[in-house]
Write a protein that binds this ligand. Structure first.
Ligand code: ATP
Ligand code: MG
Length: 358
């Protein structure tokens, strides 16, 4: 899977630009605040249907305009495809695949698969379990539509269940209502757990290989899925029922896959609690690069690799190793200065304009 071209129109600080990419390493170079991350964000948007940073989508529309557009041309085994996203200040965004509007994000997922990494992705290790669940959700949703629909439905039911607990806490009918939720959520819980468990078990050996490679075999990583223990729907329903009183006291649902986590160990020690900043960063990077392998295996196509500002974070030895790894996929890498002797397409960005694209 390759991105051949992107056309941006009033997207953040880009007025109107067309950028061509090569099949290997594309280096997006420029001093601070010129639009490098904006370009990565535009590619990511076409893959996932949302931004990795804008909390409000309309933020991406150029301040002086009301409509913005991203159009991307991708090359797949079956031929070329286009993805177009049109943002409007007054309307919901429209997504088109090959010119035809799609109704649900689920229809976009899988068209362009991307693995994104930036220094902020360190939160995958450092921050709350929510960040680690988001990692599994985004990756699995790109590869399995079934998963995407399951997690979307589960989250809606969870919201409903929580609202029910709060609104009807004092009423007689609550237990019956909650039982209906339990039945529907139990099936989804089992499905989501199975997907996540398999995913982590598959990522683990690759993360180990990449991590050994980057650390020159000095360290060894190990991932463990920490999820619900029950392995069948009946037991999951019982577990939901067992926490009923507790949930009412707490005012929310305390059992379910929305509490899942991943444990990351380095040389058998929990890296979240005890790892150095550099160890945590290397772990996050290894996990992300392993994700690339897993998506490749599952979809039989290599996803594109989006690396925002990652070089500045690594020592020279690790930088070179990372660049070598990039040869596995079409890569988009932003940096302020690129002085490595590796073949690449350099794209120089200045104030939202392309100064050089060769
Ligand atoms: N909606 C918008 N309209 C116009 N300009 C915007 C919009 N959103 C962001 N910008 C501007 O885009 C500029 C470039 O942002 P970007 O994050 O891409 O920079 P960068 O080249 O990645 O810089 P750095 O090297 O610091 O990471 C910022 O200065 C910001 O003010
Ligand atoms: Mg940036």
């Amino acid at each position: 899977m390759k991105v051949k071209k992107i056309e941006l129109y009033n997207f953040r600080n880009y007025k109107q630009s067309t950028i061509l990419f090569n099949d290997g390493l594309n280096v997006i170079e420029g001093v601070n605040a010129q639009g490098k991350t904006n370009l990565i964000e535009a590619i990511y948007f076409c893959a996932v249907g949302k931004s990795f940073r804008a909390s409000r989508e309309k933020e991406v529309i150029n301040w002086d305009n009301d409509i913005a557009k991203i159009k991307i041309t991708i090359e797949k085994e079956i031929g070329e495809k286009t993805i177009e996203i049109i943002f409007s200040k007054s309307q919901k965004k429209t997504i088109k695949v090959d010119g035809l509007p799609i109704l649900k994000i689920g229809e976009l997922l899988g068209e362009l698969n991307a693995v994104f990494f930036a220094p902020d992705e360190l939160r995958l290790i450092k921050e709350s379990p929510e960040d680690r669940r988001r990692f599994m959700d985004i990756s699995l949703s790109q590869t399995y539509k079934d998963y995407f629909y399951a997690i979307s439905k589960y989250n809606k039911l969870l919201q409903g269940r929580n609202k029910c607990i709060k609104t009807y806490a004092e009423t007689d009918g609550l237990k019956a209502m909650i039982n209906v939720y339990n039945l529907q959520m139990a099936d989804l819980c089992l499905k989501i757990k199975t997907y996540r468990e398999n995913f982590i078990n598959n990522v683990n050996p690759y993360a180990k290989l990449v991590h050994e490679y980057i650390t020159s075999k000095k360290e060894s990583i190990d991932l463990q899925y920490l999820g619900i223990e029950e392995n069948n729907v009946k037991d999951i329903i019982s577990a939901f029922e067992a926490t009923f009183e507790k949930d009412i006291k707490l005012g929310y649902t305390s059992y379910g896959v929305h509490r899942d986590d991943i444990k990351v160990l380095v040389n058998d020690v929990d890296v979240r609690a005890f790892g150095s900043q550099g160890q945590q960063r290397t772990c996050a990077l290894s996990i992300k690069l392993a994700e690339l392998e897993i998506i490749k295996q599952t979809t039989k196509a290599v996803p594109v690799l989006l690396l925002d500002d990652v070089l500045s974070e690594l020592d020279d030895k690790r930088k070179l190793k990372l660049l070598k790894f990039c040869a596995k996929a079409q890569t988009f890498l932003t940096c302020t200065e690129f002085n490595f002797d590796v073949p690449c397409n350099k794209i120089e960005i200045k104030n939202g304009e392309i100064k050089k694209n060769n």
